[in-house]
Design a binder for this molecule. Structure first.
Ligand code: SF4
Length: 394
């Protein structure tokens, strides 16, 4: 008997589905909300139903980003960790291996998660609202965040997880079959399955699909510039605004992430930012203000930013969920710092989910969780005052 395609059900930054009472549901249905059916969100493409998950599936591809050192050792040049890896060993992300002095990806074409999601779940609020995104992930990550919401796959090795044999061609075929408008590289850090991602991106573009990714931004400049040629939109986690936060909670660094944000902006990839607000760890308002002022100065006031609610998971189970009031204070701080599109994530029904025109202040796009209600954009502009709204709208 075939395994289901979705052996593991991954999360984005948001955890909760919209919790609506019957009365709220009827109210918003009546208001013309576009509610994606369960079949649309979780329906599987026919092509995929014959797939059988296999534990420990490993498919290799030579990495274009490594330097040979003496004695068969190599240095990986894909991300700023720049792992030095001796023969037979793997890098810190666990999905790249030195085989006789050559460096290989071990996850080319073997995703462990393939989902059809609303694009709002990524989260992208300024990219084709109310469409679905065909979402793909393999195992592995170059960070070790103590608050990871997908640690079962991000902190695993290919041997530990059930995955599927799905070529880039098959991904694009399935995405078209289920009516997705985009392919999303997400759930774990997509940089670690770079070769697979880039090959899918190239085929997706030819098939008239957008490419979107949700990333920690921890990638070196050369592979990033190459990726920008085929990537349409990026949501980058700006997890905190101090090196200490990145070092102590993520085993990463802040500075390369800031460089990635600047490069994406310069290369004209549509950019949104997510900041997961964790009680006592990064919820200090002066730090949030500093971050927002940096975003405004370096990326522009029109960069959408999502303050997302933390839920206790993985190694930070002792902390409480983020209070709604903390997220509201973060949002107010961002707005008073001059940012124009500031969202609250994972509180379905909160006003902070809607898009408002920064000029005339009218409601432009109404949301509850992943549902879209009123949409008052016309040709990418506010229909009331004509202000252009940044994003990919058609
Ligand atoms: S991509 Fe993986 S192997 Fe390469 S430097 Fe980063 S963590 Fe190390």
């Amino acid at each position: 008997m075939s395994e289901p395609l979705l052996k593991y059900s991954p999360r984005e930054t948001a955890l909760s589905e919209p919790q609506l009472t019957k009365r709220e549901f009827l109210k918003f249905s009546g208001a013309g909300f576009c509610l994606l059916s369960a079949a649309q969100i979780f329906g599987l493409p026919k092509t995929s139903q014959a797939q059988t998950a296999k534990k420990g599936l490993i498919k290799t591809k030579l990495s274009p980003f490594f330097t040979s050192l003496s004695g068969g050792e190599i240095q990986c040049d894909l991300c700023p960790k720049r792992c030095r890896v001796s023969k037979g060993k793997r890098g810190a992300c666990r999905v790249r291996e030195n085989r006789d002095g050559n460096y290989y990806s071990l996850v080319y074409g073997n995703p462990c998660a393939v989902h059809l999601d609303p694009i709002e779940k990524k989260p992208f609020f300024h990219v084709l609202p109310a469409t679905t995104s065909f979402s793909v992930a393999t195992v592995g990550c170059n960070f070790q965040c103590k608050f990871c919401q997908n640690w079962e796959i991000s902190q695993a090795s290919p041997e530990d997880v059930y995955s599927y044999d799905v070529s880039p061609e098959m991904i694009v075929k399935m995405a078209k079959e289920v009516g997705a408008h985009s392919v999303a590289y997400t759930y774990v850090e997509p940089t670690i399955f770079y070769e697979y991602m880039v090959d899918i991106c190239q085929l997706a573009k030819k098939a008239d699909l957008l490419n979107v990714y949700h990333s920690n931004g921890f990638i070196n400049p050369e592979p990033l510039k190459n990726l920008c040629k085929v990537m349409d939109a990026a949501n980058i986690d700006l997890k905190g605004f101090t090196e200490a936060f990145y070092r102590d909670l993520c085993s990463g660094e802040l500075t390369p992430v800031l460089e990635t944000l600047k490069t994406l902006k310069k290369e004209k990839v549509h950019l949104e930012i997510t900041n997961l607000v964790i009680p006592t760890q990064n919820d200090d308002l002066s730090g949030i203000k500093e971050m927002c002022l940096w975003v405004k100065r370096e990326l522009g006031a029109d960069t959408p930013i999502h303050f997302s609610r933390f839920y206790p998971l993985y190694k930070l189970r002792s902390l409480p969920p983020t209070p709604v009031s903390t997220l509201e204070k973060a949002r107010n701080t961002a707005l008073s710092s001059g940012l124009e599109y500031v969202y609250i994530g994972n509180i379905p029904g909160h006003e902070g989910e809607h898009t408002f025109c920064p000029k005339c202040k009218k409601l432009l796009i109404q949301r509850i969780g992943y549902m879209i209600g009123e949409n008052h954009l016309k040709g990418g502009k506010c229909k009331y005052c004509g202000k252009p709204i940044p994003g990919i709208w058609t």
